[in-house]
Design a protein around this ligand. Structure first.
Ligand code: MF3
Ligand code: ZN
Length: 567
């Protein structure tokens, strides 16, 4: 297994990035489950472990995706990216995902110079081959058709209607040599081919470095196998420039470079660094302090991404960083799969904007949806090992019968009962009275803490939240077995013992659920009067001292009436 436990104790700082979304549309639950929620859960967890963490994200403003969005909205790429940048940022914040910086590759003042410097350094080292090759061309529009300007059939797996840069189904990169039946997105016409000059990075030269990195990287098993498979097939040359008028100009004097821009997948990951510089300028007063995070053995970098970004982060980006030489390679790349979608009574299908098979974050929030309920519903089906299915109707059941019935109800019944029948504060208990059942309960709590810690260290967030919910069920069973409402009449002292056990459990849940349910655990902590130190991960299973005053319990997960309930 991974050795992250060791890493945490070795006191390193951790820089966490989440894939920079194209600023060409709104975010839906698939995006959140893929990259943003896992990165947020992990960052919150590490912070509770006392690790010095910085989180970096922002919009990916360049590339054909933006030009197409601008055409569709009769706008400009700059305006479109500014618009969706703001909407994406608001949606993320709305569900409690607050990156330390949410930058924008088209507006970060460090980004263009850094990307050009990066390209120039690789150029000066002779990493690029300048070559004329045939690229797709739309004669009617007199325009080259890079990447998503072309759609066609994947030559690897046969999936139809794929973007010209990458197949959504098999994840492989496509180019004119493998895409079939290619049509221009601009005119709908079959494409022609035309010669044009570009700068190619020969990835095969970095094969050994990438393989070496892969062996040491913290990465899920399926990702490792997938990338190994790609390496076994052999790496090829990739053009790092494009014929496009939106993006970062190719920084070469060469007349052939005129009017060309860097490939968006060249500049976008550099956005992790330029955004870190903007953050360092803000926090440290000096953008170059970002080097302490990118170029230091005191820091580990983790990239959180969705499966479609795998090649770019585990091969091309690693090759780029190895070639450039000034930065450390990432310690890990954490890849999640896609989320499929299932409407009640319908088949499972892909999430798609045009077919309306998605839940949009902004709509969910505007409809009064609680951030934590969505976070929970996505974490408990997290597509960590394979694709999983999101069913919007599940949100109601997850809220009512899992969160509400198990966790919310537990807090409610324990605190309510104690205040009304026992004492206005957390009761003191006599350890001499601990029964076997009590000791067993304490051991279960302890074990849950250990197991969940191991899961969190291994990026198994779905297992962690599943175990925490299961622990909530154990607590409810313990309450039912102890039946304090009966016991209080015959043995008040023993009742206090049971309650003390349960308050320890409530404290544990208030701490261990914090990476998943930030708003709700805030309320839990308030109800139990937890101090900042008591809320640290290491303190999760230490007992809650007696004598603390209890406030009126809050409803943690208000019941949601399912559509049709009242009819
Ligand atoms: N914009 C890409 C996407 O949405 C992700 C870019 S990640 C980065 O798929 F590394 F390039 F930033
Ligand atoms: Zn394919």
């Amino acid at each position: 297994m991974t050795t992250l436990t060791h890493k945490i104790s070795s006191g390193k700082n951790v820089l966490i990035t989440a894939a920079l979304p194209y600023a060409n549309g709104d975010l839906h639950v698939g995006h959140i489950a893929g990259a943003y929620l896992p990165s947020d859960i992990y960052a919150r967890y590490l912070r509770l472990q006392g690790v010095n963490v910085r989180t970096v994200c922002g919009s990916d403003d360049h590339g054909v995706a933006m030009v197409l969005a601008a055409l569709k909205e009769s706008s400009t790429p700059a305006a479109v990216s500014a618009k969706y940048h703001a909407r994406q940022k608001a949606a993320l914040e709305g569900i409690g995902i607050n990156f330390d910086i949410y930058g924008a590759t088209s507006r970060n003042k460090f980004h263009t110079p850094l990307s050009q410097k990066f390209f120039k350094k690789l150029f000066d080292q002779g990493c690029f081959t300048k070559k004329s090759s045939e690229q797709y061309y739309d004669s009617a529009k007199a325009s080259f058709l890079p990447d998503r300007f072309v759609r066609g059939t994947c030559g690897y797996c046969g999936t139809k209607e794929q973007n010209g840069d990458q197949c959504e189904n098999c994840g492989k990169e496509l180019d004119p040599t493998v895409l079939k039946d290619a049509r221009s997105v601009l005119s709908g016409e079959p494409v022609t081919l035309k010669q044009t000059v570009h700068w190619f990075l020969d990835l095969s030269k970095f094969q050994a470095q990438v393989a070496h990195w892969l062996d040491q990287a913290i990465i899920r098993q399926h990702t490792r196998s997938y990338v190994k498979g790609l390496l076994a097939q052999g790496l090829v040359e990739r053009s790092m420039t494009r014929d496009l008028d939106w993006g970062i100009p190719v920084p070469l004097e060469d007349p052939d470079a005129q009017g060309k821009v860097l490939y968006v997948w060249f500049d976008a990951p550099i956005g992790y660094i330029s955004n870190s510089m903007e953050l360092a300028e803000r926090l440290d007063g000096n953008p170059d302090a970002a080097n302490e995070w990118w170029n230091s053995d005191k820091t580990d970098v983790y990239h959180f991404i969705g499966e479609d970004n795998t090649i770019f982060h585990t091969i091309i980006w690693i090759a780029m960083l190895a070639a450039e030489g000034d930065y450390c390679l990432p310690r890990g790349v954490i890849v999640n799969h896609f989320l499929n979608f299932q409407k009640p009574g319908s088949e499972v299908e892909k999430m798609s904007k045009s077919r309306g098979t998605a839940v949009w974050i902004s709509e969910y929030l505007a409809g009064g949806g609680a951030p934590d309920v969505l976070r929970y519903a996505l974490a408990i089906i997290a597509p960590e090992e394979s694709r999983s299915v999101f069913n919007p109707a599940d949100l109601v059941a997850r809220n009512n019968s899992e969160l509400g019935a198990t966790i919310g109800n537990l807090f409610q019944r324990i605190i309510q009962f104690t205040r009304s029948k026992v004492s206005p504060e957390i009761p003191a208990s006599d350890p001499a009275r601990f029964t076997d059942l009590d000791k067993q309960f304490m051991a279960t709590l302890q074990r849950c803490h250990e197991e969940v810690t191991a899961d969190m260290n291994d990026f198994h967030f779905r297992d962690a939240i599943t175990k925490l919910l299961e622990f909530g069920r154990v607590c409810n069973r313990y309450v039912d077995e102890q039946a304090p409402w009966k016991m209080i009449k015959v043995d008040p002292e023993q009742t206090k013992v049971s309650l003390a056990m349960l308050f320890n459990a409530l404290k544990f849940l208030a701490v261990a659920l914090a990476p998943f349910l930030p708003d709700t655990t805030e309320k839990m902590a308030q109800m139990l009067g937890l101090s900042k130190d008591e809320r640290l991960w290491a303190q999760a299973s230490t007992p809650l001292p007696a004598g603390r005053e209890l406030i009126e319990p809050m409803i943690l997960f208000p019941r949601i009436e399912a559509e049709g309930d009242q009819k």
